[in-house]
Design a protein around this ligand. Structure first.
Ligand SMILES: [Zn+2]
Ligand SMILES: [Zn+2]
Length: 149
């Protein structure tokens, strides 16, 4: 019964700031993506902001476009004994995605701000709320709060 017209499949595109890296995400539905904030110290450093904001998508839904440059990968301990990989543009420094060792072959945590339309995937949860900046209010709508990734 499913026809392309009725399909909920969504095709999202994104890039780094200088457009060297370009990707798209093909999801069966928005439910396949889970956007979360992370208040941990490593996300603050990695993203240069008050929190990390990524959307978890299946690895096979994420693909660099044919005319995209190659990402540079940084691997480092996340402070809790797990290796986290971050793919970024060596030209402009923009982070495209990250993933831990266990997620490496299954998921990508895409930096939400690198999407052409970040409003498509609003947050569903928060990590490390104990490290939320004191001036920052909770996300309205009572998203789930997780203790660790
Ligand atoms: Zn770039
Ligand atoms: Zn974090």
């Amino acid at each position: 019964m499913a026809s392309p017209e009725n399909s909920t499949k969504i095709d999202l595109s994104g890039s780094c700031l200088c457009n060297n890296l370009k990707y798209h995400i093909l999801l069966d539905s928005k439910d396949d993506a889970r956007t979360t904030l992370c208040h941990c110290g490593h996300c603050k450093k990695a993203f240069g902001g008050a929190f990390g904001l990524t959307s978890k998508v299946p690895l096979d839904a994420f693909r660099y476009k044919r005319d995209s440059g190659k990402p540079t990968v940084h691997a480092g301990d996340n402070g809790f004994g797990n290796t986290v990989y971050r793919e970024f543009c060596h030209k402009c420094g923009c982070c495209i995605c990250e993933y831990g060792e266990q997620a490496r072959l299954h998921f990508r945590y895409v930096a939400l701000g690198s999407l052409d339309d970040p409003s498509t995937l609003p947050p569903k949860g928060e990590f490390y709320c104990s490290q939320r900046e004191s001036w920052m209010p909770e996300i309205p709508g009572k998203v789930a709060q997780f203790v660790k990734m």
